[in-house]
Design a protein around this ligand. Structure first.
Ligand code: GLN
Length: 255
């Protein structure tokens, strides 16, 4: 019995240590960021005009914004391209400093990370083949392509209370989903307004899009909960860019 108590106490101590260290983010506060000379931006570079690749470089509205933040801090910007649905967890764990990915503010994410001030308003769009009558197009009963972990996936296509999809096919990006739409493997693709318009522009003879009519969403930058100093700098830069009309300029430049 004594032995069992001792083993149990040992397990509890190990579990406590694991929680303390494993659950804790390796915070890169302002001093650490400045010391390292770089600000790490996490994004998914398949979301034009916000982030996309050009000549093997990640560019876009969000990269322009993050560059302004890096400049304010006097450091270089390092962009890390990754799966969208891992960004919040990586920011939370301090594996990157800012998540800038056309990320919509929502309660689930707010539990994990802090959001900056909002800098864009968007809504869900549906991409369909040209010739589709969008006025009578019903999402119920359709095979819908989405980008995994996005609001279009979680809050709409995959929620049977909202849409009774026949099937929801989850992709790494809306660009991949649109490629399958062109092959007839899905009936439509649900993704944010500007990326939808951008994808349609690249495939004008084959695809069109329309507003699905759901709630507006707002984009904000994700910062680790314990990194308030960094959040303050992010907000200061965003507020300045918004005041100066710079974000609209970035959108025009990337559209
Ligand atoms: N705005 C959507 C979301 O936050 C999609 C973002 C994205 O795919 N980069 O879920």
């Amino acid at each position: 019995m004594k032995k069992l108590t001792r083993i149990l106490s040992l397990i509890m101590v190990v579990a406590l240590i694991a929680t303390l260290f494993g659950g804790c983010s390796q915070k890169r506060d302002l001093d650490k960021i400045k010391e390292s000379g770089k600000l790490i931006m996490l994004t998914n570079a398949a979301f034009p005009p916000f982030e996309y690749t050009e000549n093997n470089k990640v560019v876009g509205v969000d990269v322009d914004i993050a560059n302004e933040i890096a400049q304010e801090l006097g450091v270089k910007l390092e962009v890390q391209d990754m799966d969208f649905d891992f960004i919040v967890d990586y920011v939370k764990k301090g594996k990157g400093d800012i998540g800038v990915a056309g990320m919509s503010v929502n309660d689930e994410r707010k539990e994990q990370i802090n959001f900056s001030v909002e800098y864009i308003t968007s809504t869900q769009f549906v991409i369909v083949p040209t010739g589709t009558d969008t006025a009578s197009f019903e999402l119920d009963g359709k095979v819908i392509g989405v980008q995994e972990g996005t609001t279009g996936d979680v809050y709409y296509a995959s929620d049977p209370e909202v849409i009774k999809a026949k099937e929801v096919k989850k992709y790494k990006s809306a660009i991949d989903a649109a490629a399958d739409l062109k092959l007839g493997r899905v009936d439509c693709v649900m993704i944010d307004e500007m990326p939808a318009q951008n994808i349609v522009k690249q495939n004008e003879s084959q695809l069109i899009c329309y507003n699905a009519g759901y709630e507006p969403e707002s984009y904000a930058i994700a910062v680790a909960k314990d990194n308030t100093e960094l959040l303050n700098v992010v907000n200061k830069v965003l507020n300045r860019l918004l005041d100066e009309g710079k974000i609209d300029e970035f959108i025009v430049a990337h559209s």
